[in-house]
Design a binder for this molecule. Structure first.
Ligand SMILES: Nc1ncnc2c1ncn2[C@@H]1O[C@H](COP(=O)(O)OP(=O)(O)O)[C@@H](O)[C@H]1O
Ligand SMILES: Nc1ccn([C@@H]2O[C@H](COP(=O)(O)OP(=O)(O)O)[C@@H](O)[C@H]2O)c(=O)n1
Length: 228
């Protein structure tokens, strides 16, 4: 685009846990002046609400019945992404091992996905300069018309090493097993499973530094913008 008034650009970044989606998406959005949405945080937030309200996580009917109740609000500034449930800041509580172990079951419930998908589409539509949205089903289901779709991968070993580096003291082997279990649940659910869209660019980050992955995505966005 000429005269600096770039059209909004929508970037979808999907992939399994620990492939670098959050770090890459935040940095790309910040560099390009775009909004940023962590959709995993939204699924974690609704899971946190279910746990806090004593909903039986093994009962999809019970989850479906209350899926519309919590008000989940995401702040989309990549320098300060926020997440609240009914006005309470839940950025910390949504990262506990308990929520992490229950989020796949809650996010497999179709009523939960419908609710959260609607929020995601509305945030993407209102992002004036565009947005980087990261998750599991963004390119396939939430934003199938995204300008650019990226699917990040990495070996289970690399992903487990990265995650246990974050969770101080966590043992790599048990982190690896937990990751593999969550990926299997996310990939095998019926409603919008974790999957690469046919038109997504796959980037294997196993041997790349975070800076290299960011540069790769920024370059791909530039190429898309040039032909828009
Ligand atoms: N290419 C990379 N090389 C090394 N570490 C990375 C790379 N990408 C991300 N990380 C680190 O791995 C951890 C998980 O990354 P994150 O972006 O949260 O992954 P995801 O959102 O896919 O689960 C973070 O500590 C991050 O700094
Ligand atoms: N678009 C998305 C994003 C996350 N999720 C669910 O939310 C969970 C947490 O996502 P996350 O991105 O915070 O996970 P991490 O890989 O960052 O630990 C995933 O394991 C999925 O069960 C989903 O179903 N669809």
């Amino acid at each position: 685009m000429e005269n600096g008034a770039a059209q909004p650009v929508i970037v979808a970044i999907d992939g399994p846990s620990g492939t670098g989606k959050s770090s890459t998406s935040k940095a790309v959005a910040a560099q390009l002046g775009l909004s940023y949405l962590d959709t995993g945080a939204q699924y974690r937030a609704i899971t946190w609400w279910m746990v806090s309200n004593g909903i039986d996580i093994d009962d999809p009917t019970a989850i479906a019945a209350v899926a519309g109740k919590p008000e989940i609000v995401s702040g989309t500034d990549p320098a300060d992404p926020t997440i609240t449930v009914d006005g309470t800041d839940v950025a910390g509580p949504i990262r506990t091992p308990e929520v992490t172990s229950k989020v796949s079951a809650v996010s497999a419930v179709p009523e939960v996905r419908a609710r959260i998908t609607e929020l995601q589409r509305s945030l993407a539509a209102s992002a004036e300069r565009g947005i980087v949205v990261e998750g599991r089903d963004i390119g396939t289901t939430v934003l199938p018309d995204a300008d650019l779709k990226i699917f990040l991968t990495a070996s289970a070993e690399a992903r487990a090493a990265r995650r246990s580096g974050e969770l101080k003291g966590a043992d790599v082997q048990s982190t690896r097993e937990a990751l593999i279990k969550r990926d299997a649940a996310d990939s095998s659910r019926k409603t919008s499973p974790l999957a690469k869209a046919d038109d997504a660019v796959e980037v294997d980050t196993t041997e790349l530094t975070l800076a290299q992955v960011i540069e790769c995505v920024v370059t791909l966005v530039g190429e898309k913008r040039a032909v828009k």
